[in-house]
Write a protein that binds this ligand. Structure first.
Ligand code: SF4
Length: 221
């Protein structure tokens, strides 16, 4: 693993590349954000936004989601991966919101994680984006980028990646860094085709150097 100092230097470069990174899930309140994040598992934000445009017109409150049959809700989100389970979780989440939280999205990690379909990553996103509490949610982009750069070990699990990043990055920067790492992974260090040729981090990147040696990266002399 690289040193904390080197990791911070890399994160500063990413900060410069994506200074305006922010949550790309369209939402108007914590409830809509929670539904959108739940839908986004193994799915692109672009597709989620397409679906939620009509979904959030039809459903405004937890009660609305419970007034329809499970089949109808499944149909409404059918173009999203794992739609059957996600629809079930949305209805369970709404039920629990009504029974335990007066129909309002709670604002603590523990309460959020008690809701169906809400794990640590979703709770972190909701806490930071909806309630402004610094959090560093680790999604597929954050994990891949952190490992490629050598900030974390390849074998680290999601929680270890989160702990390592949080130990390196000042708390006040957690939320911003979370969005910047996502943008970096989504638009630059792309899963299948990272843009190593034009990457300012190539010299220090573990994965980039591996690709360079393997002849997968052609850099002009
Ligand atoms: Fe990603 Fe390549 Fe840049 Fe490394 S050098 S961060 S693998 S784009």
């Amino acid at each position: 693993m690289i040193s904390k100092k080197k990791a911070l230097e890399m994160l500063d470069v990413i900060d410069g590349m994506f200074p305006d990174a922010e949550c790309e899930l369209v939402h108007e309140n914590p409830f809509e954000l929670t539904i959108a994040v739940l839908l986004s598992a193994q799915c692109t934000d672009v597709l989620v936004n397409k679906v939620t445009k009509s979904l959030f017109n039809k459903y405004n409150t937890p009660e609305d989601y419970l007034e329809v049959s499970l089949e109808e809700l499944q149909e409404d989100i059918r173009s999203i991966g794992l739609y059957r389970n996600k629809a079930k979780n949305i209805q369970k989440l709404c039920q629990s919101l009504i029974e335990n939280f007066n129909g309002i999205i709670p604002s603590t990690h523990q309460e959020l994680e008690s809701l169906a379909g809400v794990g640590r990553k979703t709770a972190n996103v909701v806490m930071s984006v909806a309630f402004g509490e610094p959090s560093l949610a680790v999604d597929t982009h954050v994990e891949r980028v952190s490992k490629r750069l050598g900030i974390c070990r390849i074998k680290d699990n999601v929680r270890q990646v989160e702990d390592r990043l949080c130990s390196i990055i000042p708390r006040s920067r957690w939320t911003k860094s979370h969005h910047q790492l996502i943008f970096f992974g989504r638009y630059h260090c792309i899963a299948r085709k990272p843009k190593c040729e034009v990457c300012p981090l190539l010299n220090d990147c573990r994965e980039g150097q591996k690709r360079l040696k393997a002849g997968l990266v052609k850099v002009e002399a």
